[in-house]
Design a protein. Structure first.
Length: 444
């Protein structure tokens, strides 16, 4: 051993780990964020807020010329919409803080009030006709109320409560309990709406009815039967109205005067979208709103948005509505409460169907139905019940078990004063600690 050197073992270099693909890492992070319990809550709250704020901006831009032509201040329609938005925010806050049992208790009073107001519309001296449709009640001064907008909310709440009670009693397996009294009540609302000639709102109410039946698990034959009856009635109403036939004939029109049919509004809506380009002509720089495009701040506000904000602006609006629709479907799919499932599905169907019909008409893909873009177009009667419905979705999203746990974990960062002013750090009540505390000693 003398004279021999101690040899060190060779140092092995650690094997290099393969580099993570940045794109895959980003997708994984987005997926984890998308699956968080409060994602639907934030999407509903943020999406509806952005749509409402952008809608206020576009109402101000699109309505100035119309107000000045009526010898009114340029901000006249904006101020009325802003007042409705403030009241709607109060309704949204109240609805988002109400327990589910109170929502169910309000279903019958809201339905009775909506039916009563819709009946008053047909009383001479009380009902007011606007653009050929008598669906309004003069409230006082320049304020008018459209009761049929509240009929949508009434059908959602009442229909959800009705189906939930029948599901709890296991009655939805019988077709008569599936249809009665939901379908007769919906047809009563449709009859009151069609007395005033407002087929656009009638289509939305029909979509809500089909959404509730689909969520209730209606058999295909039953679903197709109700759809066929509604389709025949709709075809008859369109065929017997020259105005509705003219709107149908304007599909795909490229000239304002397409033969004997006047397609001025539909074609100028396309002109507004086509002249916007990618990023638009600039906020307030629309040309079509200077008397060329009728109802620029109501039914065709999406066209003015495309002209002033371009393709980027219209795609942003579409993305916000898509996010709102996804969040509503997610709330309806994850809940175990049947009322919450039916109500969330009904509200999502209502807002999504109305947005599709409005935007489809502006793009020339659907006939002009005369329905506003939810949360976006001018109109307090449409904004108030829609914001209350958004409050329902927020309340339902907060009521999910995982969302409740996530909200409960949000404690103040610093602990409160204890033992004569000394501070002790507060332990975060994580999901692991909650699960450990819930176990008994024999379950470990």
């Amino acid at each position: 051993m003398s004279g021999s050197r101690t040899s060190r073992p060779p140092v092995r270099r650690a094997a290099r780990l393969p580099r993570e693909n940045p794109a895959l890492g980003l997708v994984a992070r987005l997926r984890r964020a998308w699956d968080r319990p409060l994602t639907a809550y934030y999407l509903i709250l943020g999406g509806s807020a952005l749509i409402t704020v952008l809608g206020l901006v576009m109402v101000y831009s699109a309505s100035q010329i119309t107000a000045l032509q009526m010898s009114l201040p340029g901000s006249y329609f904006f101020r009325k919409q802003l007042l409705a938005a403030v009241i709607g925010c109060g309704l949204l806050l109240v609805a988002s803080r109400m327990p589910v049992r109170l929502h169910r208790a309000l279903a019958y009073p809201i339905l009775a009030g909506a039916v009563g107001l819709m009946a008053l519309v047909q009383v001479p001296g009380i009902g007011v006709a606007v653009n050929g449709n008598q669906n309004w009640i003069a409230v006082g001064g320049s304020f008018q109320l459209q009761p049929s907008e509240f009929g949508k909310l009434a059908l959602v709440l009442w229909g959800a409560d009705l189906l939930a009670r029948k599901q709890e009693r296991r009655l939805l397996t019988q077709w008569k309990h599936m249809l009665v009294p939901l379908v007769p009540a919906a047809f009563m609302l449709l009859g009151l709406i069609m007395l005033g000639g407002d087929m656009g709102t009638a289509i939305i109410v029909t979509a809500i009815l089909f959404g509730l039946l689909w969520l209730a698990g209606a058999p295909t034959r039953l679903f197709v039967g109700v759809l066929a009856v509604a389709g025949l009635i709709g075809a008859f109403l369109i065929r017997t109205s020259p105005n509705r036939m003219a709107r149908l004939a304007c599909l795909g029109a490229t000239e304002p005067q397409s033969g004997p049919v006047d397609c001025w509004q539909a074609v100028h809506g396309i002109y507004a979208l086509a002249s916007g380009g990618i990023f638009g002509s600039g906020l307030g720089a629309s040309v079509e709103k200077w008397g060329q495009l009728p109802e620029a701040h109501t039914d065709f506000i999406f066209a003015v948005t495309g002209e002033e904000l371009g393709l980027a602006g219209t795609l942003s609006v579409l993305a916000l509505f898509a996010a709102l629709g996804y969040a509503g479907i997610r709330v309806a799919g994850r809940t175990e409460d049947p009322f919450v499932r039916y109500a969330a599905g009904g509200v999502t169907t209502w807002i999504t169907a109305q947005a599709v019909i409005n935007i489809g008409a502006v793009l020339g893909l659907l006939p002009i139905a005369g329905v506003p873009l939810p949360l976006f177009s001018y109109g307090g009667s449409a904004l108030l019940p829609t914001m209350f419905a958004i409050g329902l979705l927020i309340a339902f999203a907060r009521d999910e078990p995982a969302a409740r746990a996530a909200l409960a974990m949000r404690q103040p960062r610093f602990g409160r004063k204890r033992n004569g002013g000394s501070r002790r750090p507060r332990r975060w009540n994580t999901m692991r600690r909650r699960a450990t505390a819930a176990r008994t000693s024999g379950e470990r």
